[in-house]
Design a protein around this ligand. Structure first.
Ligand code: R5P
Length: 313
């Protein structure tokens, strides 16, 4: 059986390169360019006829560009008579629009899932989806992996008797339980309300945080508003002025770096599902998910169980 074929879009080629190295293959040569009118043009530069292709592209900002590029590459693969096509989308953009929170809104996650289906993928691989139920938006199998054990491993050095794992909103409560179980620490939950895309407010905190060292965890950090609000509420509630933050996806747009730099954060750990922005918070470190993804590709290609890589449901 031939080896798996790794093909990368422009959203995070460094991640695809490391995956390919771990699998002992070279990423497929391709051209990604723009015509003078701004249209994207993609071309595969070697034969992939009959190959089992893994197309690596997080749909991080600019989401629209990255989704379209993924679809163009998928089309090029199909027209090149690739065998099986898997979308490896480590970060799934629009995931937070998984339902109508108010009235006449679009359910963006469903629209993006439908678009991906147009790519003709036989399967989708993703990491720590904002909501596990997003799996149901796809008609094809979704392999939902988790980076929690990787981040928990990086956090193990932070274990202190007086530590507390903090969910910065109710949506992160289950995730916090998973980290707490791995780190053997109690959980506290910040009750957040979102005022706008960039602003959030805190109503109250459940759990004991006074004189404790918080480890704030989340699935993603976008503008940093959620972490900032949680951190300030924790400080007001009397926690120690020494925080650690961990999240799977460091999207880090707009005011994120400035906001996070203004907080007493000693370590800020995210994974490399998303390419790092040019302006980064001082305390930022990355934990690699390339091995996790390479193991998933190996399991899918050669036929092995992915159960021990799977995310919470
Ligand atoms: C929300 O439910 C997510 O889990 C994150 O807490 C949130 O999306 C992060 O966004 P921001 O950093 O802009 O507050």
């Amino acid at each position: 059986m031939s080896e798996p074929t790794i093909l990368s879009g422009s959203a995070n080629p460094a991640l695809a390169d490391v995956m390919a190295t771990r699998l002992g293959v070279d990423p497929v040569k391709r051209t990604l360019e723009r015509f003078p009118d701004g249209e994207m043009h993609v071309e595969i530069e070697e034969s992939i006829r009959g190959r089992d292709v893994y197309l690596v592209q997080p749909t991080s900002p600019p989401v629209e560009t990255n989704v379209l590029e993924l679809l163009l590459l998928a089309d090029a693969c199909r027209r090149s008579d690739a065998g099986r096509l898997t979308a490896v989308v480590p970060y799934f953009g629009y995931a937070r629009q998984d339902r109508r929170a108010k009235g006449r809104e679009a359910v963006g996650a469903r629209v993006v899932a439908d678009l991906l289906q147009c790519g003709g993928f036989q399967r989708v691989v993703s990491v720590d989806l904002h909501t596990p139920s997003l799996e149901g938006f796809f008609a094809v199998p979704v392999e939902h992996l988790t980076a929690v054990p990787i981040l928990a491993q990086a956090l193990r050095a932070e274990f202190r008797e007086d530590g507390v794992v903090v969910a910065p909103d109710l949506g992160a409560a289950k995730l916090a339980e998973l980290y707490a179980a791995q780190l053997q620490l109690p959980v506290a939950i910040v009750h957040k309300v979102r005022l706008s895309g960039e602003k959030v407010a805190v109503r109250r905190i459940s759990g004991d945080v006074r004189d404790r060292r918080p480890i704030i965890i989340d699935d993603m950090i976008t503008t940093g508003g959620t972490i900032e609000a949680a951190a300030r509420a924790l400080l007001e509630a009397g926690c120690r002025e020494e925080m650690v933050v961990a999240a799977t996806h460091g999207v880090l747009v707009g005011p994120a770096a400035t906001r996070l730099d203004a907080l007493p954060i000693r370590r800020l750990i995210v994974t490399d599902t998303v390419a790092m922005p040019a302006v980064r918070p001082r305390a930022l470190e990355t934990a690699a998910v390339s091995t996790l993804l390479a193991e998933a590709v190996a399991g899918l290609h050669w036929g092995g169980s992915l159960a021990n890589l799977a995310g919470h449901r």
